[in-house]
Design a protein around this ligand. Sequence first.
Ligand code: NAD
Ligand code: DAU
Length: 350
Amino acid sequence: MKTLLITGGAGFIGSHVVRLFVTKYPEYHIVNLDVLTYAGNLENLRDIEKLPNYTFVKGDITDEVLVPELFAKYQFDGVIHLAAESHVDRSITDPFAFVRTNVFGTTNLLNAAKNAWKDNMKGKLFYHVSTDEVYGSLGDTGFFTEETAYDPRSPYSAAKASSDHFVRAYYHTYGLPIVISNCSNNYGSHQFPEKLIPLAIHNIKNNKPIPIYGKGENVRDWLWVNDHAQAIDVIYHNGKNGETYNIGGHNEWTNIDLIRMLCKIMDKKLGRQPGESAKLITFVKDRAGHDLRYAIDPTKLSEELGWNPSLQFEEGLEKTVTWYLDNQEWMDHVTSGQYQSYYQKQYVER
Ligand code: NAD
Ligand code: DAU
């Protein structure tokens, strides 16, 4: 039996990672540490929350008392660290929240792992989940490789870059076993509707404007969230100590082309006339410091660890739309704030 700490498991990607590990590895005990910010939603994990190898702990990764206590109590063999403030627009209005969680919180976890494992680091692993945004912004050509120099340009990516540096510092200075992965934009079920795709689906369904920043020419490289979770599984088990792996699937779209495709899918699903949803497209003021293009070169991960994405984007986007339309209750709870009472009902009042 191994015990793994997964942080941020009530969020979008974290909930997919928790579900994968809890169901695929019944011999692992998965402890999910999440403070349940606005982005943490335990309804994301309803289907697995009763499984015997799963434990939820409501707590903050910045808590210097709680985190070491959890290491002492559960004797973790590994950590998969996803908890973060993750939305670029929020980082522009409140940078310090990003420093607190992404930099201080990550360092607090690293330190607890180092202290708990100092006598025997063998078989232990601290896996830090990071982003392609640490590499900055590309022009029309080229790709981010693991060798690309860091050049973060938003408070979010600066905080993530800083956390990556701390992870490597703990590897070099204290010999902490680590891996880092830097992934491109994820899409799929259970994503908080402040991010482009779920926000657009929600607005189209409700005949509200779809806000496109600037001219919609910025390019993102989209990966199905389940493929990211699979990559994390492969890297956790087979990645080399001290290494970095870029995760992506060569799937670049300008925002406007992506939204046009989404509008076509929505017209079909909602029985609307072709072109009806696209009338909702509204160009709005650009994001400050808006990175032009992200694109991952995933060769290392594919060649060394044999991971490749499973799904084509058109199919994945259609599946994603279907999930949001079929799970209106989830969206209603998120948009009304009702999901925030789930913890109270599920874990406190019973
Ligand atoms: P998210 O915002 O959906 O979820 C973040 C989770 O972390 C939430 O459940 C939240 O409650 C929790 N959390 C936040 N602060 C915490 C704290 N102080 N203590 C404990 N828990 C806390 O984020 P996401 O999109 O699922 O991203 C997860 C990770 O993956 C992040 O580290 C992010 O940087 C990285 N990432 C995201 C993407 C993407 O496209 N979404 C791509 C690459 C990498
Ligand atoms: O690249 C990985 C990153 O992808 C992750 O590290 C971040 O956590 C994640 O939030 C995401 O960052 P982006 O800023 O790329 O995602 P977002 O969904 O916010 O925006 C995607 C693109 O769409 C971006 O170019 C900005 C644009 N956009 C976004 C919103 C919310 C709009 O045009 N309109 C919008 O309303």
